[in-house]
Design a protein around this ligand. Structure first.
Ligand SMILES: Nc1ncnc2c1ncn2[C@@H]1O[C@H](COP(=O)(O)OP(=O)(O)OP(=O)(O)O)[C@@H](O)[C@H]1O
Ligand SMILES: [Mg+2]
Length: 418
């Protein structure tokens, strides 16, 4: 049966004209029956070509050529083929228009093979997308540049500190030889100053090397089976005289349940503890410094070792606490002048702890002291040993620590500052 002719009532005609989008109804062969003026304005060549007797595909081809003056023959054929195939499938298709826009054209099927076509203006949307893409590319490019600059800086720092360390070790070695020789008291003091300054510089270079290795992602940790109690005892023995010299009480205690042997990087743990204990002693004028080690067994079988370093020093205000673990952070400008240091210790300590599966945190109450907590994962050791098998262990009550803890090192106050 022949399809009935389409009658468009005046009200429907007005409605079609009021649409912001192009609208057309065509026969199965693409010949338009109804089209609003938006559609005619967007594709005037298409409608004129049909009026001149061209078929749908031919009219589309001349319309695409008119809308895209610089397009090659292949490009025109490609867009034309796309549009004619989408005419059948109904899938939306994007095309330039003769009035300089980009539209999304969709054909919907109607009874008797007829199609209703809409063309929606997406020029602004595409322009915004392009702008966003450009901004994203620019951001990626500047991020890459910043990353390259930072990597270059890290490599430079690493190379420099490495290069300086070699001759410095030579200077220190020779100064040590000098110190052992027969020297007048004044000369002896001068050599001792060379040694002190050299060691300080060496420690600083080591910190810079560590920070640049961490930034370059080159720092690795090597867990090996280690007697952790022995390590804590040695660390305690190393720092006890310094605490005593500063007139502070100093205690190292361990929880009785801490497994004595675990797999972890002993050198790095010693370095972290050295940073925390040296800070505690440095920033505490009176009172005590207590180191307390315990552990929590994880479902994986590893132990999360937790070492608290608590002091009764000046404490840290909230604002400084927030930025404490960033490199080169010191409480204020006078810190470096009064206590020395560069503000690298805590940032290295946290990064190392993170590499070892833990972290470093700080809590403090200004005027009442600070507590730093170092955590790291200790793998279960093949060698099992209980705490009381240790030679020369001297279990005693640990002051300022939990019940069930054992005192490893205890240095009483010698010359109180208070
Ligand atoms: N126990 C503490 N009590 C009070 N302030 C502390 C304590 N530990 C750290 N701080 C504050 O945090 C700052 C950063 O500590 P960090 O160890 O990173 O650097 P530093 O000790 O100044 O220098 P470096 O460790 O590089 O020799 C210190 O300068 C100090 O202001
Ligand atoms: Mg420090």
């Amino acid at each position: 049966m022949e399809p009935a002719a389409i009658e468009v009532s005046p009200i429907m005609q007005d409605a079609l004209e009021a649409l912001p989008d192009g609208f057309m109804i065509c026969e199965a062969d693409g010949k338009p029956i109804v089209a609003n003026s938006v559609s005619r304005r967007r594709f005037p060549t298409f409608y004129a070509a049909l009026d001149c007797g061209l078929d749908f595909k031919g009219a589309i081809a001349v319309s695409v050529a008119a809308a895209w003056p610089g397009a090659s023959r292949e490009q025109i054929e490609q867009v034309t083929a796309g549009l004619t195939s989408k005419f059948q499938t109904g899938e939306p298709y994007e095309t330039p228009t003769e009035d300089g826009c980009i539209v999304r054209v969709s054909f919907r099927s109607m009874p008797h093979g007829r199609k209703a076509a809409t063309s929606v203006d997406i020029t602004e949307l595409r322009a915004k997308e392009k702008e966003l893409r450009r901004a994203h590319e620019a951001a990626v490019e500047s991020e890459n540049l910043a990353l390259a600059a930072s990597t270059a800086k890290s490599a430079f720092l690493a190379n420099m500190s490495h290069e300086i360390r070699t001759p410095l070790n030579g200077i220190l070695g020779m100064a040590q030889v000098l110190a052992m020789g027969p020297l007048a008291p004044e000369q002896s003091e001068q050599v001792s100053t060379i040694l002190d300054s050299g060691r300080h510089l060496l420690a600083l270079l080591t910190d810079i090397l560590d920070i640049s290795k961490i930034e370059a992602g080159k720092l690795t940790v090597t867990p090996i089976e280690t007697d952790i109690i022995d390590l804590l005892e040695r660390v305690g023995q190393l720092w006890a005289p310094k605490a005593q010299e500063a007139g502070l009480q100093f205690h190292v205690c361990v929880d009785a349940a801490l497994p004595p042997v675990l797999n972890f990087d002993a050198g790095r743990v010693r370095q972290c503890l050295g940073n925390l204990i040296s800070n505690a002693i440095k920033f505490t004028a009176r009172g005590h410094v207590v180191v307390y080690a315990s552990s929590v067994r994880q479902s994986s079988g590893d132990h999360l070792v937790k070492i608290r370093v608590a002091d009764t020093g000046a404490g840290i205000n909230e604002e400084t606490l927030q930025r404490l673990f960033r490199p080169f952070t010191q409480a204020d400008d006078t810190t470096a002048r009064t206590y020395g240091g560069t503000g690298l210790g805590l940032s290295i300590t946290r990064k190392l702890a993170e590499l070892m599966g833990g972290t470093t945190t700080a809590t403090s109450q200004p005027g009442c002291g600070s507590e730093f907590v170092l955590t790291f994962l200790g793998g279960e050791a093949a060698t099992k040993r209980s705490s009381d098998e240790r030679e020369g262990s001297d279990p005693g009550h640990c002051p300022s620590a939990e019940r069930g803890s054992i005192l490893m090192v205890g240095a009483p106050r010698r010359s109180p500052k208070d």
